[in-house]
Write a protein that binds this ligand. Structure first.
Ligand SMILES: Cc1ncc(COP(=O)(O)O)c(C=O)c1O
Length: 383
């Protein structure tokens, strides 16, 4: 394939807000580097506003937040947790670490989100939680999922790694379940390198969450002057984000409106710019269910099959544009099989893994660079 000398367009570039260096320096000088420091408090407050007053706990990653959720729910060996088969490992591993068996269900082939029509068949007396993932920040069918969960008395933990600023019917994603999690990994809309958050929508569980976050101790109550010493009182681990990371997170949160505006424009330009090409070639574009507002976290296409997807990726790469596929089906991963995933029938997840391609989308991608990607795709000789 012919190589070009056009400048490289990466799949992703982390956004560094103008104030990031200043705030890191302030944090360094403050001597308060540990968790729940001054920058963490600013971030927690801003996020609480976005989540209708929920309690927010900053964690070292979304993975850690999912583990913390499992800890707060008291997940134990023998419990089962229902997970979509098309997701990142952590949606399952965060619960498996506490002894739960992940039970995989298939995704809706249009949204790639957990399909509620498979839920009831996966529920057993051991089911403790359902973990819907809002893929690309596009809402799952929360009305159906919450209804089934309530009927069976099962908790819902939304893995909202992609969905900060996404909503359904005007309500923020992450505010439906008892618990939800966010990621601030460098690939996310708001980032601090590695980071995450647990959003707690059940005020009566705040103390449990504080204990889980502080290594299983009642240190938070001690810091509030509610006890004269602190000790080990329940299961927990170290689920705190250093204030040096929180300083970067705060700088990026300050810029979130500007960044979101640009990302949404980029997303719309991909959607309109590729509409005709997709129609002509049988390529599917993202589907938005009624009432769902996406946060422009990622833009993907579903090619007709694996071969075409690979060809398009190679072609873009030969022109210095980096595109990416995404998750491998979790139920047939080595660990998925270990947990009995081989019995799950998830053709939607398998097809998504083979057909999906993600295009470059990041805060500093210019329209001119995006036009190059669009022109390349539209000019691709399909044979
Ligand atoms: C759906 C989902 N959940 C969880 C994670 C884990 O996030 P983190 O890297 O912050 O642990 C990811 C990673 O991108 C993800 O896509």
């Amino acid at each position: 394939m012919m190589q070009t000398t056009a400048t490289h367009i990466p799949f992703h570039k982390p956004f560094c807000a103008p104030n990031a260096e200043k705030y890191i320096s302030t944090a360094l000088q403050s001597g308060k580097w540990a968790g729940n420091g001054p920058y963490a408090q600013k971030c927690r407050q801003r996020l609480a506003e976005l989540f209708h007053g929920a309690s927010v706990f900053l964690t070292p990653s979304c993975t850690a937040a999912l583990e913390m959720a499992a800890c707060v729910l008291g997940i134990q060996p023998g419990d089962e947790v229902i997970i979509p088969a098309f997701t990142f490992v952590s949606s399952a591993s965060g619960f498996a670490l506490f002894g739960a068996r992940p039970v995989f269900v298939d995704v809706d082939p249009r949204t790639l989100n957990l399909d509620p029509k498979h839920l009831e068949a996966a529920i057993t007396p051991r089911t403790r939680a359902i973990v819907p993932v809002h893929y690309a920040g596009v809402a799952c069918d929360m009305e159906a999922i919450m209804g089934i969960a309530a009927k069976h008395g099962i908790e819902v933990v939304e893995d909202n790694a992609h969905g900060l600023f996404g909503s359904l019917g005007g309500r923020s994603l992450g505010s439906f379940g008892s618990l939800s999690t966010l990621s601030f990994h460098e690939t996310k809309n708001v980032s601090c390198g590695e980071g995450g958050a647990l959003i707690l929508n059940r005020p009566e569980w705040v103390e449990k969450a504080e204990i889980a976050q502080e290594k299983g101790t009642n240190r938070s109550r001690f810091l509030m002057g509610l006890t004269d010493k602190y000790t080990w009182v329940a299961p927990g681990s170290s689920y705190l984000l250093s204030d040096l990371n929180a300083a970067i997170l705060w700088a990026n949160l300050e810029q979130m409106d500007r960044v979101q505006r640009h990302r949404l424009e980029l997303w719309d330009r991909y959607q309109s710019g590729l509409q005709e090409w997709c129609r002509e070639h049988g390529v599917e574009q993202p589907h938005l269910p009624q009432g769902a507002q996406h946060p422009a976290h990622l833009y993907f296409l579903l090619l007709p099959d694996l071969e075409k997807r690979q060809q398009l990726m190679m072609y873009l790469r030969s022109h210095n544009v980096q595109a990416a596929y995404h998750y491998q089906p979790l139920h047939i991963s080595p660990m998925g099989l270990h947990y009995g995933g081989g019995d799950a029938d998830c053709p939607g997840a398998v097809a998504a893994a083979q057909r999906l391609i993600r295009l470059p989308l990041y805060a500093e991608l210019s329209f001119a660079e995006q036009d190059r990607v669009l022109d390349l795709i539209r000019g691709w000789s399909w044979e």
